[in-house]
Write a protein of this length. Structure first.
Length: 270
């Protein structure tokens, strides 16, 4: 009996350690905001909105003149929205409305991040956009990078949108976990699963999957797996970049690629 109790304690400690390791591998939030779009001479509206479980999320609404589409942007797992000012500038120049916000626990948003929490945050962000009178409800493009791609794919699988863009996304948390911790029974231990691979199979809106060939954080084959699993219409863009190299992503070349992709979305001229 003592031996059994001993091993149960050991297993419980391993479980607790893995949950801690999993959380701190996935989420790297930074609290507080010190810079805004005003620092790069872009007009914006700071907004706060509520989630279904009563968290308050903070974000920026950046309108563009005569915009045909609105991009709902989900950032990666580190920092907060102030670290995406280059994206704000890029999409503003692209001529689309841009809405970026911080997940729970990031920036000025309340709470602590979790998989289900981030999904609730995404739903609340979409509902916020749909409630704005200056947003065409049929022309919202869901865009996510890295961890944000998993959040974007989940939202696109549940809610109507004009298109989906996944940048540097992983196929699933289980697969990524097995790559990081091949010595552990990840399938049994993982609590944050982010199963984008199965969800993207159900998404029938136009999709652009973008991935860097030299991505050292989320290997290139994750982008290929997502693309292969996705139904048409879809497009795959392989870029010569690492995971955090945004030089190409905010380039004139990528601006043209995005413009061309958006031109294929039904209703872009209306």
């Amino acid at each position: 009996m003592k031996r059994l109790i001993f091993w149960l304690i050991v297993l419980a400690l391993i479980r607790i350690f893995f949950i801690w390791l999993e959380y701190y591998s996935l989420y790297h939030p930074q609290k507080g905001i010190t810079r805004t779009p005003a620092d790069i001479s872009i007009k914006f509206e700071e907004v706060n909105f509520k989630t279904s479980d009563h968290q308050t999320l903070n974000g920026w609404w950046i309108p563009a003149k005569d915009a045909h589409f609105t991009i709902l942007y989900f950032h990666g797992n580190a920092g907060n929205i102030e670290h995406r000012l280059h994206k704000v500038k890029f999409f503003h120049k692209l001529g689309v409305n841009f809405f970026i916000f911080d997940y729970r626990g990031y920036g000025k948003s309340t709470g602590q991040p979790s998989e289900q929490g981030l999904y609730r945050d995404a739903t609340a962000a979409m509902d916020y956009l749909l409630a704005r009178p200056d947003v065409d409800k049929n022309k919202i493009i869901i865009y996510g990078k890295s961890l944000g791609a998993a959040v974007a794919i989940d939202l696109a699988a549940r809610r109507p949108a004009a298109a989906l863009i996944s940048e540097s996304g992983f196929a699933s948390g289980v697969l990524r976990g097995e790559e990081l911790f091949p010595f552990l029974p990840v399938k049994l231990l993982l609590t944050q699963r982010f199963d984008s691979l199965s969800k993207i199979k159900t998404i029938i809106i136009p999709k652009l999957i973008v991935h860097g060939r030299r991505d050292e954080v989320i290997a290139f084959h994750h982008g290929q797996m997502l693309f292969n699993a996705a139904p048409e219409p879809k497009k795959f863009l392989a870029i010569d970049s690492t995971h955090n190299d945004d030089a190409f992503i905010v380039s004139e070349e990528y601006k043209k690629i995005l413009t061309d992709f958006i031109s294929t979305i039904p209703g872009h001229n209306t």
